[in-house]
Design a binder for this molecule. Structure first.
Ligand SMILES: [Zn+2]
Ligand SMILES: [Zn+2]
Length: 128
């Protein structure tokens, strides 16, 4: 069995930061230099790790990832997704986070994943 090649987490984040679009795992793999291209499971695991750490965010509706633009958050992630051009903007609003955590406290709901996705058209796409 061939040894799975490791992947550098920082390299993954860097590739995402230079891309102007959310990247799927496969698009990300394609952007890695061919000689050090890891197998898809290695990349999936790296993405899961980065997502759990809040360094990248998974966009469920696009099955893609973006780098986190805010620094170190343990709060909810709010993403506005343009369904036309696939541009994704991260919204920093602690008010919304407070509402959600208050509701969690009273409802006893245990959230495994706290990402909000707002779907629609960005300013550029809605004015065309
Ligand atoms: Zn973020
Ligand atoms: Zn758009």
């Amino acid at each position: 069995m061939a040894r799975a090649r490791a992947v550098d987490d920082s390299q993954i984040v860097k590739i995402m930061e230079t891309a102007d679009q959310p990247l799927t795992a496969y698009e990300l793999i394609a952007k890695l230099p061919a000689r050090q291209r890891p197998s898809p499971p290695v990349v999936y695991r790296a993405l899961e790790r980065l997502n759990a750490d809040g360094r990248v965010h998974r966009i469920e509706s696009l099955k893609a990832f973006i780098p986190c633009r805010s620094h170190g958050h343990d709060h909810e992630v709010v993403l506005a997704v343009c369904t036309d051009c696939k541009h994704v903007e991260e919204i920093e609003d602690h008010g919304l986070c407070r509402v959600v955590s208050r509701w969690q406290d009273t409802s006893g709901f245990s959230a495994a994943q706290k990402t909000f996705e707002i779907m629609g058209q960005c300013k550029d796409c809605s004015t065309h």
